[in-house]
Design a protein around this ligand. Structure first.
Ligand code: TXA
Ligand code: MG
Length: 319
């Protein structure tokens, strides 16, 4: 049976024994293991049923520690680290030789961030090694934003979830890398692209392509509820095409009046995209449990975190 508690010493003891522990971060819960333990890293891929071509994010405790995992760090990476760490921005950098191919999926780069969560930071502080941690969900499922989501996914396989409450940001970190002097976006996430551009200038996009998953967060189907999900600008019209079905509706704000018979979740009463991002996955978890025929999600405005939320919702619609 999985244990759910906030005891960092118990978590450290397991991690020191090359076992896995789910940890809280400000974005989503991560399934963590010692980056220098082959047993732990293999265990992460097995527990998640994650393909080995999909590399992991390395969580470090401080900017000083960056030189233990990455080399040739460009000036713009330091600018971004200074602006956003600890925080939900992952940097893809040239890896140091001793970082295993299992962590990086054979790439010569490593993805790194400092999480902005007091319990995660306290844990990293008492460990002698960084933690590789993908989101703590089976591959392709909705990411966990509370300890209980993780416990529901891995009730027997996992020994412990370190409980840090509800994740403040609610969607994964934004991932950027650097190629030929350009800043490249690999995954939309909790830091808005506009905020990155304010620090380093224009951000370029890699094409979304399933066959060359440079960042498999870019895989088309990902973060998906089991219930058929639709994303639309015209919620009322789509509802009318599902008469007689059990419908769940996910709205940005409280402006649209929906028939009270229809299960409706509002992400942010006042339409705040940061609050909406925080509530997104928990709302999808809730709707997915309700045995509905369809989930109809309202498209967010394409600014700030609205872009990241739409990105996740678009993936949720893929079957
Ligand atoms: O917010 C987050 O980033 C959470 C928390 C736990 O930190 N972690 C997370 O991990 O979302 P995961 O494994 O679900 O997503 C990691 C993403 C994948 O899309 C992976 O392809 C990309 O990071 N990635 C890792 N290493 C990479 C590399 N060297 N180059 C490009 N993308 C990389
Ligand atoms: Mg994930």
């Amino acid at each position: 049976m999985i244990k759910v508690n906030a005891d960092i010493h118990q978590a450290a003891e397991l991690l020191n024994k090359e076992e896995l522990v789910a940890i809280p971060t400000e974005t989503v819960y991560g399934l963590a293991g010692n980056i220098y333990s082959e047993k732990a890293i293999k265990g992460i891929f097995e527990m998640k049923k994650r393909p080995f071509f999909n590399p992991l994010i390395v969580h470090i405790k401080s900017l000083e520690y960056l030189k233990e995992v990455a080399i040739d760090v460009p000036e713009n990476a330091y600018k971004l680290a200074n602006a956003f760490w600890p925080g939900p921005l992952t940097l893809v950098l040239k890896k140091k030789e001793n970082i295993s191919d299992l962590v990086t999926a054979g790439k010569d780069t490593v993805a790194v961030r400092i999480p902005d969560h007091p319990i995660a930071l306290a844990l990293l502080e008492i460990l002698d090694f960084p933690l590789a941690a993908p989101s703590a969900n089976p591959f392709g499922c909705i990411s966990p934003t509370q300890a209980q989501h993780v416990a529901n996914y891995f009730p027997d396989e996992l020994k412990m979830v370190l409980d840090g409450g509800i994740c403040e940001r609610g969607i994964e970190s934004t991932i950027v890398g650097f190629q030929e002097g350009k800043t490249i976006l690999y995954r939309y996430g909790s830091v808005a692209v506009e905020d990155i551009e304010a620090v380093v200038g224009e951000v370029f996009f890699i094409t979304k392509n399933d066959t060359t998953p440079d960042a498999p967060g870019m895989l088309t189907k990902h973060y998906a509820p089991k219930t058929a999900t639709y994303l639309t600008e015209n919620v009322a019209e789509l509802i009318s095409s599902f008469i007689g079905k059990r419908i769940g509706v996910l709205l940005l704000d409280g402006k649209l009046a929906i028939d009270s018979q229809i299960t409706t979740i509002v992400l942010s009463e006042k339409g705040d995209l940061i609050e909406a991002a925080k509530n997104l996955y928990e709302s999808l978890h809730q709707l997915d449990k309700m045995n509905l025929d369809v989930i109809i999600a309202q498209k967010m405005p394409e600014v700030g975190l609205g872009v990241s939320i739409n990105d996740r919702l678009e993936r949720a619609t893929k079957k």
